[in-house]
Structure formats: structure tokens, C-alpha cells
Design a protein around this ligand. Structure first.
Ligand SMILES: Cc1ncc(COP(=O)(O)O)c(C=O)c1O
Length: 413
């Protein structure tokens, strides 16, 4: 691992947060998402953050970036007042010292990984990561002399044995994608640190409302903010949150990952205000639908956080405040049954992605894991009849009815 740069005139450091009105320490997440991005200096005193749709800012010849860091904006790739609003809200929700937003979740992940590693390093990655993350790690990192070791869900029960000494970075997702297996993040943090590695957790599925990996010992949290944080399937964004020194290493000069644009940042700030409300309903919808479909004759198995084993249930109860709105169903009838289910659902849209207000269904072999070989799919238990669902904020009864009727159609002749 390379050392952090000692001083860098292109970086802003945590000082940027001083622009925001501090919230009392006793507020809960529903309050923090509404008031967390408030600034006293918005144009004309507007309550809603204005969109600073500008690439550049007034910068007289006598201004120096290092002396005016907390006050001045130079260029929107480096820093933009609209982008700072959701950055601050997400930082506070995850409990990190600093955060950076990017133009996509993959932007956040690639910028983090590429900034932290050097040739000769080795990475340990859970096999149940988002397909794009696995693809990036295994396709690109070997070209830079970085080795990647994948750990299956079963092997991941023993984090100490999974992380050899000298590992530089460990990447974990819990619940996993798309089988919703639960891994003990505190144990993974301990194992990573014992081996001398940093632990990066993708918290997209759980959301900071249900789980805070930094509080469990992780060093960095990443999000596809495209999903629950934005919440309306209308933007692409990514986030990384951690200590000020790690964030500085990741985004010292804003060259990697590509920044979030001001309009998408405005939409993200707007979406974040209802995050806690949305996730509460999505937690309920996940629980209700998972329970309702479990015994249906078309269903071979329901994958839902905590249902993998008694041990997983105990870990989920310990580290999650809610189980989230994601579940997957393995159907008895394989690919034809999956096709029939998708075309029979009346409310649930067949579409990739997740975390929006509308329920979505996708076949991972055709969407999130479409770049995988049959061997990789088989190793991960992603069978032909597997359908992944992201439940929205609809009425629980309506979703239960839609699922039950559509599953009945799968089994009817
Ligand atoms: C868990 C997870 N992480 C990361 C990503 C990548 O995010 P984005 O699509 O915003 O680049 C995704 C996208 O589906 C995801 O599901």
C-alpha cells in the first residue's frame, strides 16, 4: 500500500463540512436526511439547495487554493456546492469523517480500489459481490500486477482463514448479491486488520438506515447511490465514505472515477430526504413478500437476509436494524418458470437495478451477472430459475397479491 500524500494543494480535506449548519447530536436518521444538508448561505435564502450548473467559478489572480480552501470553489470536477449537499448527508448517515460522490457506483468503487493499491498488492474479494465489481477486479487488476483471491460464501464463514497476512484490501458485501447471504462484518474487519489490510464494504443493498459498516470496524463504505440513496430510478451516482485520510488518498486531485454532475446531485439530495421512510416500507415489504411466497409450490427456495442458516440469522439480528427490500426466488421450473413469472407480474416491473420506489424483478444471469461464464454462475449458486426482486414502497397487500397470483400462473398448465 502506498503512503498517503502529506500535503496536496488540490485536495479540500474535511474542512468543507464547516459550510453546513451543524445538527444537534441527538437527531435520528429520519431527521438527519431532511436537515443534514442545510447551509446558511444558499442563494436568496432558498430552503432547497440551488443547482450550481457551472463548470467553473470566479477565481481572481490573487486567490490561492491552499489559503482559501474552506471558502472558494475553483472547478466543478474538484468541488461544486450542489454536489456537497448529498455528500454531507451520506457522510453523516454512514458516520464517516469525509465522503466523495462520483458519477456512478462503479466510479466510486474503481476510484477507491485504484487509489489504494499498487503493483504487487493482493486483494481478497467475496464471490457474492455485484457482478460489475467482480468483473472489474478480475478483468482489470491483474493487468496492473495486483492479484485477486475470491472467497466463496461458505469459505467466508471463516474470515481469518480467508485473509492471508500481507493482503492489502478486502472487499465485502453483506447481504450478498444476488443470494442475500449475510456475513459478519465485525469479524471481517478484525480479520482484515490482523492481516494488515483495509476493509471496504459495499453497503448498497442494506443502506445506512439498516446497517453502518464503519461502526462495525470497516475502513471504507461504498454505495451505488443510483439505488436506495437516490431512490427513484432516475439518476446514476456513487459514494465512498471513510476517514479523512483515506478519502484524501482516494480523491486527492479528483482524477479518478469521474465526478457527479450538479443536476444529478440535486436529484440525489431530494431523494435522500425520504430515505428513512422509504426503507422502512421496503423492509416491511421484503418481510411480507418473503413470508408469503416461501411455501408456494412454484418456489424451490427464497433467499432473504438471515434465512441462509441459523448463524446468519444471528449475525443479521446483530448487525442489521432492518433486513431491507431485496429478495431472490429460485423457481422449481428453471428458466421457463422465470420467464413466465416475469411476464405474469402486473405491478412488479421486469428491469435491472434496484432500490427505487417501484418494485423491480430481474434475472441475474441476464442482468447484473450477465458477463459471467456458466462455470462462475454455477459456483455462485446462480441457477437458471433464479429471479431477484427489489421491493418498492407499494402497499404490502398489493405486492403479496401480485406475487401470489403470478406464482399461481407459473404452476398452472
Ligand atoms: C451492490 C452494487 N454495487 C455497485 C453497483 C454499481 O453501481 P452503478 O450501477 O451505480 O455504477 C451496483 C449496480 O447495480 C450494485 O448493485
Amino acid at each position: 500500500m502506498s503512503d498517503p500524500p502529506s500535503s496536496d494543494p488540490g485536495s479540500e480535506g474535511p474542512k468543507r463540512r464547516s459550510r453546513f449548519e451543524p445538527l444537534p447530536p441527538w437527531v435520528g436518521p429520519s431527521t438527519a436526511v431532511v436537515h443534514g444538508g442545510r447551509r446558511p448561505d444558499y442563494n436568496a435564502g432558498s430552503v432547497v439547495p440551488p443547482i450550481y450548473q457551472t463548470s467553473t467559478f470566479h477565481w481572481p489572480a490573487d486567490r490561492s487554493e491552499s489559503s482559501d480552501r474552506a471558502e472558494a470553489y475553483l472547478y466543478s470536477r474538484v468541488r461544486n456546492p450542489t454536489v456537497e449537499v448529498p455528500t454531507e448527508v451520506i457522510r453523516a448517515l454512514e458516520g464517516g469523517e469525509d465522503a466523495r460522490l462520483f458519477g456512478s457506483g462503479m466510479g466510486a468503487i474503481t476510484a477507491s480500489v485504484l487509489s489504494l493499491l499498487r503493483s504487487g498488492d493482493s486483494v481478497v474479494a467475496l464471490a457474492g459481490l455485484y457482478g460489475g465489481t467482480t468483473d472489474f477486479l478480475t478483468d482489470h487488476l491483474p493487468r496492473f500486477g495486483v492479484t485477486v483471491r475470491e472467497v466463496s460464501d461458505d469459505a467466508a464463514r471463516d474470515p481469518v482463514a480467508s485473509v492471508p497476512p500481507g493482503t492489502a484490501l478486502v472487499i465485502v458485501e453483506s447481504p450478498t448479491n444476488p443470494l442475500l447471504r449475510v456475513h459478519d462484518l465485525a469479524q471481517w474487519a478484525e480479520a482484515a486488520h490482523r492481516a494488515g489490510a483495509l476493509l471496504l464494504v459495499d453497503n448498497t443493498f442494506a443502506t445506512p438506515i439498516n446497517q453502518n459498516p464503519l461502526a462495525l470496524g470497516a475502513d471504507l463504505v461504498v454505495h451505488s447511490a443510483t439505488k436506495y440513496l437516490g431512490g427513484h430510478s432516475d439518476l446514476i451516482a456513487g459514494a465512498v465514505v471513510g476517514s479523512a485520510s483515506l478519502i484524501q488518498r482516494i480523491d486527492a486531485k479528483s482524477y479518478l472515477g469521474a465526478p457527479l454532475d450538479p443536476f444529478a446531485a440535486f436529484l440525489l439530495a431530494r431523494g435522500l430526504k425520504t430515505l428513512a421512510l422509504r426503507v422502512a416500507r421496503q423492509n416491511e415489504n421484503g418481510r411480507r413478500v418473503a413470508g408469503a411466497v416461501r411455501a408456494h409450490p412454484a418456489v424451490a427456495r427464497v433467499h432473504y437476509p438471515g434465512w441462509g442458516s441459523g448463524e446468519e440469522e444471528a449475525v443479521a439480528a446483530r448487525q442489521m436494524r432492518g433486513r431491507g427490500g431485496m429478495l431472490s426466488i429460485s423457481l422449481n421450473g428453471g428458466a421457463p418458470a422465470a420467464e413466465r413469472l416475469l411476464s405474469s407480474l402486473r405491478l412488479v416491473h421486469p428491469a435491472a437495478s434496484l432500490g427505487g420506489v417501484e418494485s423491480l424483478a430481474s434475472v441475474p444471469r441476464k442482468t447484473s451477472h450477465r458477463h459471467f461464464t456458466s462455470e462462475q454462475l454455477g459456483e455462485r449458486g446462480i441457477d437458471e430459475g433464479l429471479v431477484r426482486f427489489s421491493l418498492g414502497i407499494e402497499e404490502p397487500e398489493d405486492l403479496v397479491r401480485d406475487f401470489t397470483e403470478a406464482l399461481d400462473r407459473v404452476t398452472s398448465p
